[in-house]
Design a protein around this ligand. Structure first.
Ligand SMILES: NC(=O)c1ccc[n+]([C@@H]2O[C@H](COP(=O)([O-])OP(=O)(O)OC[C@H]3O[C@@H](n4cnc5c(N)ncnc54)[C@H](OP(=O)(O)O)[C@@H]3O)[C@@H](O)[C@H]2O)c1
Length: 177
């Protein structure tokens, strides 16, 4: 079976925030096309989505379900707490490695898209991320949730840089360990 790459896709303000205060994500949609939530072709490459509960709840609160709606393929939600979601969403908890393995099988050769910084951190620390796609939005937010990597050093290769209007997109490959 072909290898399903694991992608962390994130939009960041120039001053390094991924959410404005109060988990406000409205600014992202001023710059990123909502019809392609992955952005820059990432959506087309996605075969399964794995999201953290905080991102899921922010999306639901804002009426922009990150898992249901625009995305109709396999969906995994990570949470430690009971949650009411449609049966189409697989709720998982604990070690990310078996969850990502399951998502890879479900993605059937397409990519596994990670949504949520905490989930991405765990996957980075487990050496599971193949690609990081970062949009740099032309805005200074001043405060909010910081972009963070993971514990320890992780070398990356810049594989592509593109510009769509004022939005810069950086594609990185992680170095194998
Ligand atoms: N700019 C962007 O591109 C972008 C994209 C996505 C999200 N965001 C924003 O960035 C912030 C992300 O926050 P975050 O990093 O805290 O969010 P996250 O990764 O979406 O969610 C973290 C939560 O998911 C659950 N979880 C994570 N790993 C788990 C595991 N292995 N087992 C069980 N449950 C697990 C836990 O929730 P419980 O323990 O509460 O169940 C944890 O607190 C939010 O403001 C979000 O809106 C920005």
């Amino acid at each position: 079976m072909s290898h399903s790459p694991v992608l962390w896709h994130v939009t960041m303000s120039l001053d390094g925030y991924i959410a404005a205060p109060g988990d406000d994500m409205s600014w992202v949609f001023d710059f990123v096309d909502a019809s392609d939530p992955g952005g820059d072709g990432v959506g087309e490459r996605t075969g399964a989505v794995v999201a953290g509960r905080r991102s899921f709840e922010v999306g639901s609160r804002d009426g922009r379900d990150v898992l249901d709606g625009a995305w109709s393929g396999p969906q995994f939600l990570l949470t430690h707490r009971p949650v009411e979601v449609p049966e189409t969403i697989a709720v998982r908890s604990g070690d990310v490695r078996p969850v990502i393995a399951e998502a890879r099988r479900a993605a059937a050769g397409h990519g596994v898209l990670l949504i949520g910084a905490d989930v991405a951190r765990q996957c980075l620390e487990a050496g599971l991320i193949d690609e990081i796609v970062v949009h740099i939005a032309p805005v200074l937010l001043g405060d909010g949730v910081r972009f963070r990597g993971a514990t320890g050093r992780h070398n990356l290769h810049l594989t592509d840089v593109s510009r769509h209007g004022d939005l810069i997109t950086l594609h990185y490959r992680t170095e194998g360990r």
